[in-house]
Design a binder for this molecule. Sequence first.
Ligand code: G3P
Ligand code: CA
Length: 301
Amino acid sequence: MKKMKLLIILLFICGCTPQQSQPQSQPIPPTPLPENDFLIIGHRGASAYAAGHTLAAYEMAVLMGADYIEIDLQMTKDGKLVALHESVVTLDNAQQAVADVTFDEIQLLSPGKEFDKNHLSYTLPNSLDLRIVDLSKILTYFGDRVNYYIEMKSPRVYPGIEEELLRQLNEHHLLNRDDPIPKVIIQSFSDKSLQEVFALEPSIPLIKLYKFSKKAHLTKKELKDVTKYAAGVGVNVEAVNHKFIDKMHSENLLVHPYTVNDENMMRSLMSFGVNGIFTDRPDVALRVRNDKNSNEIELYP
Ligand code: G3P
Ligand code: CA
C-alpha cells in the first residue's frame, strides 16, 4: 500500500499519468512500390488493339506482358462499379450521366472497336466478348493471376465508391498479400478520395494523378501533402521532364507517365528513370524493357 502511495505521488510530481507516458502514435507512412521496376501498365488493357476496358483488351494486355491492367471506374445508379472511362454515356440518343443509369442499361452499349488484324495471333478464349463489364466480373475472371491498377474516376460524383472498391478487393482476397509486386495499386485525380482510401486501407500503394497544361511542377505545399499518402505520381507525358522526375525521386515519389505509345518516347523515358508507363501497347513496352535489360547485361557482364 505504501508503495502504491509512493507511485501515485511520483506520478503527480512528474505531472504525468501512466497513459500519457505511452509513445505518441506516429503517422502511418505511405506504402511504397518497388523502386527499380519499369512497370508496364496496360492502359484500359491493350487498348491499341482491342476495345478498351473489355475482358478481351485485358486478356490481350496480360498475354503481351503487361505488369498491370489499368481500369477506370465509374459507379452506376444501382451501385455497380463499371469499367468505363466516360462519366456520360449516350442512351436512346440522349446524353446521360453514368450515375443516373443502371448497369443493365449501360450494357446495351457496345465499346465498338474491332480487333486489329495484326494482333489476332494472340489467341483469346472464345468466351471473351467485347461488352462493357463491371469490376466484379473482371476480378472474378482474372482472380489473382494479374495485377490491378485501378482509377477512381470522378469520386465526388459517386459517394461510397472508395468503400465499395475496397469491399470488392477484400472479397477477392487481393489485399494485404505478400507478392513480388503489389497486387493492387489505386490512382485518382482526387486527393480527397485517395486520402480516404489511405485512411481505410493504408497498405495499398496510391498514385496521385496530375494533368499539367505546361511543364510538370508541384509546389512545396502540394509535395508536402502528397507525400503523406502517395507512393508516386501519374503525370501526362507531354508535361514530364527530367527535372520533375528527379525532384519526385528526391521526395521518394515514383513517376508513371500516361499515356505512352511511341517507342522512341518509351526509350527516352526509361533513360530518364521513370518507374513505369501507362501504355495502350504493352507489347512495344515489353520490347523496350527487354532491349534495355539485355543492353545492360552486355555492358556490365
Ligand atoms: O490513369 C492514368 C490515365 O489513364 C489518366 O487518363 O483519361 O486515360 O484515364 P485517362
Ligand atoms: Ca485512367
